[in-house]
Design a protein. Structure first.
Length: 89
């Protein structure tokens, strides 16, 4: 039997908080994949302490933090930000 894929629709403060909790616990669910996909509305964000910008999905995937909507909270490494809703689900 194929394991279920977990997907959080939205990456604001609520979506990121839920993705954090689910990401920490996904390995306990034998019927689900460990990877947690999180659909991200793609936008440019300013990188802290610089004048550079980057795509929010890239920042989340590289730094494991949603610096715009939930700064200071590390997301589990099994949470993957995906800017395409079609790919996320």
């Amino acid at each position: 039997m194929k394991n279920e894929q977990i997907c959080i629709i939205g990456s604001g403060n609520w979506g990121s908080a839920i993705a954090t909790v689910v990401g920490r616990n996904a390995h306990r669910l034998s019927f689900c994949n460990n990877q947690v996909r999180m659909w991200v509305f793609e936008e440019d964000v300013q990188i802290s302490n610089s004048h550079q910008t980057a795509k929010l999905s890239n920042v989340i995937n590289e730094q494991h933090e949603n610096i715009k909507y939930l700064p200071g909270v590390k997301l589990p490494e099994n949470v993957q930000a995906i800017p395409s809703l079609e790919e996320a689900v």
